[in-house]
Design a protein around this ligand. Sequence first.
Ligand SMILES: [Zn+2]
Ligand SMILES: [Zn+2]
Length: 342
Amino acid sequence: MFCVKCGKDLESEAVNGLCMDCYLNGRSLLHMPHHVDLERCTNCEEYRFGDRWVSMGEEDALEETALGAMEVLPDCSIEAAAAKAVAQDERTFKVYVEADIYVNGCMVTETGDTIVRLKNTVCRKCSRQLGNYYEATLQIRSGDKELDDGLRDETVRRVRDSVEIQSKNNRQLFITSVKQVPGGVDILLSNISLAKGLAKELADAYGADTKESASLVGMSSDGIDIYRLTYLVRLPAYHVGDILEWNGSPCKLQSVGRNGGKIISLTNFREASVRRSDLRSMRIVAKQDDLMEAVVLSKSGGEVQVMHPKTYASTDLKVPDDAEIGDTVMTVQDDEVLYYVP
Ligand SMILES: [Zn+2]
Ligand SMILES: [Zn+2]
């Protein structure tokens, strides 16, 4: 086999009967632009690729940019490529690439290079966040006078976790700020439907009431009214783990949902479902934090004898048959009677 043009002996590199030199005829399989710009957000340090912002290391971003700038002749395809960035100064990098290029049955290795220029900018998300942009406020309040610290931290953590997950698919979703205010906490959010979804999430998790209100804050340049939404989430006074009075006897609140909750009686340890309206009317015997630990003195069958945590008198407690009793048990006192809390 000889090259039909120059007559050179053909080994493996034959394209359409031509040797590679004659096929290329002065062209290069691989073309690199003289330089490419790579935008980096100075705030979140993410890099821009097209219309996406990606979190990655600088070296990877530089190499990715150079690899993305490679162009090959129309009848060629890049099978594999590698890049190596060398800094020229803080913002300028020479990136060398090597690519295995497939052309008409042949694999050819070509090299090239380009300059990648790092451009500092601020991405849209950060510019909004830095500008304290927000569309909605989530107001978390309690049915009690004050939102207790534990519950406040728990709900704020829940909101943060939820926003973090949702923002993975949508960079426009973020928390602008979290502010402690008298009676609770205000969370400013970048997006109305994000706030609405979070309000519902909290309502479902805590059996909370929600109220939506809108206020007109101005007009956009194209004449559309701009509203800010406020979602008030009022957490009920009761909380999972609290002891409530139901039909005259104390019960532990096991779980709550949007429509009500589950309780377990401390007198017969039977479980029951109760409606939200019932929950609201129940007296709170003790908050979860008010439960008292009592030292177990002896146990037999459905009863244990404990040292009363206040009077230190030995006291009998009724416990469920299947209860696993350790060295201490949790108890609550109501009307001079001490109860075991499962
Ligand atoms: Zn030839
Ligand atoms: Zn950013």
